[in-house]
Design a protein around this ligand. Structure first.
Ligand code: CU
Length: 415
């Protein structure tokens, strides 16, 4: 006959087994931590753009999910942390079941949308934090979009996080709806499957990938012996198993690869022409002197795509480069207060690699459903802009898209 103590022990064991079967698997649900974007050096410099230029803060942007290929179990969740001052989204677009090659045609996937449109075609533009993603619509939303700062989304500021649950098995692509060449893959496996990496391994991959993406962004040598003085914006694409990552230097560099700053400006003689070339494979930039055209206070608006030269001497050269002429002196007040009184406005419009040269083959700034540009070989797009300086002075220019993180240049025009 069992003693009372023995019965209690047996009962305890039974409860432990029940707990092990029903409770422990729930406690063991994976909760994975990765990053959306990163930057080096990772500092604030008071939040002032000119201070950021002076100190180098945030210059090298890791335009990537790190890591961007993740293996998890069904019902696990992944948390992305925005680890940069550049805006990004985490977005799982609607993904049809895989094609059966030779049997069924490839099913229609969702067209890439802009950040503001997001998942509008599948309910609401943005999805709440901790949404579940299941393209079949059975266990979760068919399209999940974090949104970014511009759209009031979850990833509004450095350090914000966004979590997505994965109740359905499958292999899912995800992307940033602001940067088309920034994407990744999540593999959602059966709970019994072995996973190739631990959280510790992903943390180590994150450190290694950030170093790889942010390193060697400036190609050595550039065009030292070119006829004109040259200024470059540079970057590189890194391919991984998950898709694409890229790194961009959000600064202007000279033909020797040196970053141009206020204390180390570009120096040219009066009458000389400077060629600005965006040789970054993914990121668009502008060359903007005076009031930015995306500023509502400016006398000449039109947005970052507007080609502006208030001297009236703008045009396009035979080799496709745009040109403009800066005739009058620089207004020192424009340095800190660019407004309707700013002088000498010049805007290149978007300098951007051709659609066929970018990962997803569409403009990261458009992307309205149904407007994707095919990956055909098309005419070269605008990447070069020439400015002739006809007046002695010190000139400040910005990239309209990225000046807030220190993308500012200086040129001293001497006799
Ligand atoms: Cu830029």
């Amino acid at each position: 006959m069992k003693s009372l103590g023995s019965m209690q022990f047996t009962s305890t064991i039974r409860w432990c087994v029940l707990l092990a079967v029903f409770l422990v698997p729930r406690l063991a649900l994976g909760q994975w931590q990765v990053r959306a974007g990163s930057q080096f050096p990772d500092c604030l410099a008071g939040g002032d753009a000119d201070q950021k230029l002076a100190t180098g803060c945030q210059a090298r942007q890791v335009m990537a999910f790190v890591p961007n290929e993740i293996w998890i179990h069904e019902n696990d969740s992944i948390t992305w942390k925005l680890a940069t001052d550049e805006a990004h989204t985490v977005t799982f677009l609607y993904e049809p079941p895989p094609a059966i090659v030779g049997v069924l045609p490839y099913p229609a996937a969702q067209q890439r949308a802009s950040n503001g449109i997001g998942c509008t075609a599948y309910g609401s533009a943005m999805s709440p934090n901790e949404s579940a993603y299941d393209p079949s619509g059975t266990l979760g939303l068919q399209c999940v979009h974090s949104g970014a700062a511009a759209s009031g989304g979850a990833l509004a500021a450095y350090g914000n996080t966004y979590t997505i649950k994965f109740p359905a098995q499958g292999n899912f692509k995800f992307t940033c709806l602001i940067h088309s060449s920034m994407n990744g893959t999540v593999h959602v496996l059966d709970p019994s499957a072995a996973l190739p990496y631990t959280q510790l391994a992903y943390d180590a991959q994150t450190v290694a990938q950030i170093a790889n993406i942010a390193g060697n962004l400036v190609p050595p040598g550039l065009f030292v012996y070119g006829a004109n003085a040259r200024v470059y914006t540079v970057g590189k694409i890194v391919s991984t198993g998950g898709g694409w990552q890229y790194g961009s230097m959000f600064r202007f560099v000279d033909a020797l690869g040196n970053v141009i700053t206020k204390s180390a400006p570009l120096r040219v003689h009066v009458g000389q022409t400077v060629e600005f070339a965006n040789i970054d494979p993914a990121e668009p930039h502008t060359i903007t002197f005076g009031c930015p055209t995306d500023d509502a206070d400016c006398p000449v608006g039109g947005g970052p795509g507007a080609f502006v030269d208030t001297s009236g001497l703008k045009g396009t050269a035979a080799d496709g480069a745009r040109y403009a002429v800066l005739n009058a002196g620089f207004d020192p007040a424009d340095e800190t207060n660019r407004d309707a009184n700013s002088k000498d406005e010049i805007n290149s419009g978007l300098l951007i690699a051709g659609a066929q040269d970018r990962a997803n083959g569409i403009s990261p700034l458009s992307g309205t459903p149904g407007t994707a540009t095919p990956l055909a070989q098309v005419s070269p797009t605008l990447v070069r802009f020439n400015v002739t300086f006809n007046a002695v002075g010190k000139y400040r220019w910005i990239c309209e898209l990225h000046d807030e993180i220190g993308m500012i240049g200086w040129v001293n025009v001497v006799p």
